[in-house]
Design a protein around this ligand. Sequence first.
Ligand code: GTP
Length: 597
Amino acid sequence: MRRSRNSIGSKMTFTIVGVSSLFALLTIMVQLWWNYHSALDNAVADIDRYTRSLLPSMSHALWDVDQPLLKDLVSGVGVLPSVSGLELASRDGVYLNLGQGVPVDPGHRYLLLHYPLSIQEQAIAELTVALDRQQIYLQLGREVMVIVLGNGLKMLLVIYVILTLANRLIVRRVEALANFADGINLSELTKLRLDPKVAESRDEIGLVAQAFSRMYQRMRHDYALVRRQQRALTRHQQELSQTVEERTARLRWQTDANRQLAQISLSFLNVSVDDIASLLAQVVRQIGELLQVERVSVVEFEDDRLHYRAFWSCIPNAQSADEQLTDVARLKRRFTNNSMIIIEDVESISGRWPEEYRELSSLGIRGIAGFAIMDGDALVGVLALAQVSGHLEWNDDKSQLLTQFAATLNALLIRRRREGQMLLLQRQLLRANARLAKQAATDELTGLVNRRPFSARLEQALGTEALLLMMDVDFFKHYNDSYGHPAGDEVLRRLAQALKQALPEDALLARIGGEEFAAVCPGQAPEVCRQLPQRLLDAVRELNIPHGASPHGRVSLSLGVVNLLGVDSVRDAMGRADACLYRAKALGRNRAEWEEH
Ligand SMILES: Nc1nc2c(ncn2[C@@H]2O[C@H](COP(=O)(O)OP(=O)(O)OP(=O)(O)O)[C@@H](O)[C@H]2O)c(=O)[nH]1
């Protein structure tokens, strides 16, 4: 630590030097004062003692008028140090002035000492000794240097000792303490060690250091506690915000899912039976994307067989399981007491349901959720969601949603099934009706149309250049009688076939009675028209069916032909043709007769 002028060392130095200097000055002053007075007193005492010892001799010398002796004696006093002058004045006029004499005004410099000279207690003269203080001052001046030097050295020694002690006992330890305090950094919570010399001493600084150390320990402890609390608070806040985020996401997901489910339910209500399959395909895809699973399928049980009604997978070219290989009875058994089966990890059922485990594993399914589609108490199908790339991520919200969806799906499947059954019934009815209608319009024996459709066609051809041909088998009663009724039936069938082939394609041939045929032949070329009856007769002749009871020896026909141009009613047309036929019969049979105009 850099020591500044404000350091304890500097302050102590300044203080000690200042106080010591002052004290030394005072000491010197007092000593000088004391020395001065001692020197003055000593000088006065010396002068006094010496002078008084000489006074009797001086008195006698003066009395004896022994001038030289007197002068010697007085001069002897003048030899004393600090005596600057002497004056002896007797009553009888003897006067001696030695040295510098006695100043009239002594002032501060001189001290005058007066000694009476007497003989027989009678004063005869007075000796005045002038003491010059200057001498004492000079002597003191010499002593001052010694005193100052002595005191100065003493003072320096004392300062050195005090500063050394202060440095060792205070400054260094305070600096160590300051360094310790400087090193305190709560954010890092470092463990600081105070110098044992500072911390272990039992003086005030040691006590302060120990108090500091304890305070730091408490601060560390408190700070660690606060940090722990802060960390716990932060963790709690993070957990709280995470929980809020998760709940918000779940709520958002639920809202979105419910909205989609409502839309799906609505679309189920409005969909026509024919569109159910495509709607289901679309909906399973929607469910798959909403629940983020890789496969969704809807299967229905029918006659103890399983049918995939919809299958979707986000994996290209993924195939549903083979309907034939699924053990429907086992699948139904699993759903007997469970409306849903959630297997997040297929491995978890390896011991409990080994067959299902094998089957699912062989399909590469690693997690699956199945929801029963119930029709009342009957299990009619299963909605299944599967994961192949990993385990199934599941929660109650998804279960709740899919349970609802399965119920909606059930309603749709029931509707599909019931409407499908109705449609099937309708189609069967229509087919039966068509069959009946066809039967009603068709002659069962020959396969030709009967009278009703023929009449309708005839009506259409009225007033056109069409021909109406009425045909009747000759002597057919005899044939039946001779060959039997079944043989007669066969003849009718063969005749129908031969006549149909002989007629133009657009002609309509009908069996309008027991052994009666009729044909409407739309407008043809005159040549074709003219030859047509003969073509028909020839066709019958070519059949060459033996008929022993007929004069012709074989089965033959008689024809009555009418041109429908100018004919305006079926009844009229049939009547006219009948008349022609009658004429043909009358003229010998096996011939055609035209209406005469
Ligand atoms: N095998 C058979 N015979 C039928 C059928 N429908 C009617 N016949 C018979 O056809 C015969 C018609 O006889 P008739 O009306 O007397 O006329 P025909 O014997 O043909 O004599 P002509 O018409 O005068 O030449 C009856 O004997 C009927 O039984 C049928 O579907 N099958």
